[in-house]
Write a protein that binds this ligand. Sequence first.
Ligand SMILES: Cc1ncc(C[n+]2csc(CCOP(=O)(O)OP(=O)(O)O)c2C)c(N)n1
Ligand code: SF4
Ligand SMILES: [Mg+2]
Length: 284
Amino acid sequence: METMATVVRTKADYRSPNKPTWCPGCGDFAVLDALTRALASLNVDPAKLAVISGIGCSSRLPIFLNAYGFHSVHGRALPVATGVKLANPELTVLVVGGDGDGLAIGAGHTLHAARRNVDVTYIMMDNSIYGLTKGQASPTSQPLLKTGTTPFGNLDQPMNPVMLALAVGATFVARGFAARVEELAGLIQQGIEHRGFSFIHALSPCVTFNNTFKSLAERVTPLPADHDLTSRGAALQRAVEPGHLYLGVFYKVDKAGIYDRIQTITGGAEASRAELRRVMEQFA
Ligand SMILES: Cc1ncc(C[n+]2csc(CCOP(=O)(O)OP(=O)(O)O)c2C)c(N)n1
Ligand code: SF4
Ligand SMILES: [Mg+2]
């Protein structure tokens, strides 16, 4: 049996032979690199690792990893991941996908996986566009952005994924940026270590249809050192603070998840059955 001491891994050990098909310069390369760094730091056994995705450029990521993977249906990665984790709790389960995948067609699943506190790490690779389908507006596209579906400029307000995750009950919420790989790797590592639903908002620009590398680099700032990680109110305030796009861990608390609740119920049912058997034996 493998122990931490027996195998030492590097980030290369988590890469499959498949070469990424992303456009040169795509932010998703940096997310892949950060993820493999985090896995190597934690020395996760690839045989106990499952990475689930939806559909999109970002959702291709599991193909480039040495791990079990499931490239599912657009917007449906989280239900698949929930099933994988509940059936096989000893696996490390990661979910990757885009802003369209998790905030448009799959938005309902994002809310419910978070509120159930499913023990998976969800890395939302946000480029504020639909990359794979060649540049349509997404729920995080900036107002007035001209895209294939908004030729006169985007008329909608962007969603705030960090605020959303906090509001619906994620127990670990962080934001990182593809241009800061080491920092992003650290956030992913903490997310994997967290027991419960961890949400990592990874700003990962699409250089082909919405290249925001420069504008984001000018906006991002680290969360203040005195930020209280255990206060959801403080985290929400930081998430919506005007003029700030904070990077770092917004929130982290320990709470029972769906697996713990199932154990409690089934443990209770087993105790009732044992008591019933004891009573019935008196009449045997
Ligand atoms: C049910 C369904 N509806 C629509 C699509 C078409 N489609 C594929 S990917 C995608 C959006 C991709 O955007 P995002 O999730 O942000 O990923 P990105 O490519 O930007 O990484 C859409 C609309 C689909 N594959 N399946
Ligand atoms: S279209 Fe955009 S998101 Fe897709 S691979 Fe190219 S740069 Fe990346
Ligand atoms: Mg996208």
